[in-house]
Design a protein around this ligand. Structure first.
Ligand code: ADP
Ligand code: SF4
Ligand code: MG
Length: 377
């Protein structure tokens, strides 16, 4: 067990639903509905789940970009000790915010198109008044180099860059204040598969270089398989399973995880079993089902599942699952990546793995997106 950096306990974020002339509150969207997780220093902790299950709201609420409705967010600061982020006043928030940054999914809308890349990257340092003048310029140049771009790119505007390069600019900006924790919210989902692997490689390199901790949010399990140390699966605002990447991928304990894994690529494309397990719609977080939220879609559901919500419990070796039958069911995990050979089903991670294996020869793999190619103007 590593050293704790962040603990989230019972975190809730409910958005009011307002209707009518007087805008009366008629209900709540329970976007995050009792989130529990703990993240160790230096690890990559992935949060996965279908669209709308509350991943982004969780990330934003942990950073207090959204005010939590309830729950605790405990950040372990190196000198200040344990800080309850949900109670922190503006002065304390200003002190700890530089340590906690976020990278967004869409590099096209998350960068201000009217600002030069240099200003975009410099902005956090200007706002926090950490550097000025020559030092600031030098730091921007250094950050551009760190993310595989060139110092002269500082004078250009975001529209002159490709998707992968824009994501690199977002990463440089997130690094500006020497963060400890970066929440990566679907950082490669908007990118082409080949570029995804390059940005994942960059994130891994930066993690090692700057001892970063990542919360890596993705709707795509195959993207987190290589990069994550541990994975939490979310379903309708709650965590339903947490384990090491191996535990979760190869020995899932919660039927929803099994269903997500069934949609991953199979080794032999002629013999693909259909991912039929995930039938039906994701329930609305404004009106979730009774008992276990997964029961209307679960092939193993029994009477108790409709009535009682299963708690998130340790099934052994720190592998947590929220299922009444977690220790009785034998669920099917993913096919090991090593067995995936067919080129037509290659995934970003399989591709990434192949590139890692090939890179012992230290060949630059990012030719199309890195400094060499410059901006696509
Ligand atoms: N500002 C908001 N107001 C009302 N509902 C919201 C707001 N932000 C998110 N939601 C709702 O909360 C749920 C979770 O959203 P989100 O966290 O974006 O999910 P994910 O990132 O997993 O796709 C969704 O039903 C979404 O419509
Ligand atoms: S508690 Fe019941 S409905 Fe929920 S995942 Fe387990 S078996 Fe399925
Ligand atoms: Mg999201």
């Amino acid at each position: 067990m590593g050293e704790l950096l962040l603990e989230v306990k019972g975190l809730k974020k409910h958005f009011p639903i307002k209707q009518g002339f007087f805008r009366r509150t008629v209900g709540h969207v329970r976007a995050v509905d009792g989130l529990d997780l703990s993240v160790n220093r230096g690890e990559t902790f992935a949060i996965v789940g279908e669209s709308g299950c509350g991943k982004s709201t969780s990330g934003r609420t942990i950073l207090r970009l959204e005010e939590p409705t309830a729950g605790e967010i405990v950040y372990h600061h190196e000198t200040l000790g344990k800080i309850n982020v949900e109670k922190a006043d503006s002065k304390l928030l200003k002190r700890i915010r530089p340590e906690m940054q976020i990278i967004f999914q869409d590099p096209f809308s998350s960068l201000d198109s009217r600002m030069t890349v240099g200003r975009i990257i410099a902005e956090p340092m200007v706002i926090n008044d950490t550097l000025r003048g020559r030092e600031l310029k030098d730091r921007v140049a250094e950050l551009l180099t760190v993310v595989g771009l060139r110092p002269e790119h500082a004078s250009r505007y975001p529209h002159a860059f490709s998707g992968g390069q824009r994501q690199r600019i977002g990463i440089a900006r997130a690094l500006a204040l020497n963060p400890k924790l970066i929440i990566c919210d679907e950082p490669v989902s908007a990118l082409d598969v080949s570029v995804q692997a390059q940005v994942l490689n960059l994130l891994e390199d930066l993690q090692e270089r700057f001892n970063l901790t990542y919360i890596f949010i993705s709707h795509d399990l195959s993207v987190v398989e290589h990069i994550a140390d541990r994975v939490a699966v979310m379903y309708v605002g709650k965590v339903v399973e947490v384990g090491t990447t191996d535990q979760l991928f190869y020995n899932p304990k919660m039927p929803y995880t099994e269903a997500l894994l069934s949609a991953l690529p199979k080794p032999d494309p002629r013999n693909r079993s259909k991912p039929t397990l995930l039938a039906g719609e994701v329930p609305s977080p404004a009106n979730p089902p009774s008992g276990c939220y997964f029961h209307p879609r679960c092939p193993y559901a029994q009477e108790i599942c409709k009535k009682e919500a299963p708690p998130l419990q340790d099934t052994g070796d720190g592998h947590l699952a929220a299922c009444h039958f977690a220790n009785e069911l034998t669920l099917k995990g993913a096919t090991p990546l090593t067995e995936i050979k067919a080129p037509d089903i290659i995934t970003a991670t399989a591709r990434h793995q192949a590139s890692v294996a090939a890179s012992s020869a230290a060949q630059p793999t990012e030719a199309s997106e890195q400094a060499g190619s410059g901006a696509t103007s």
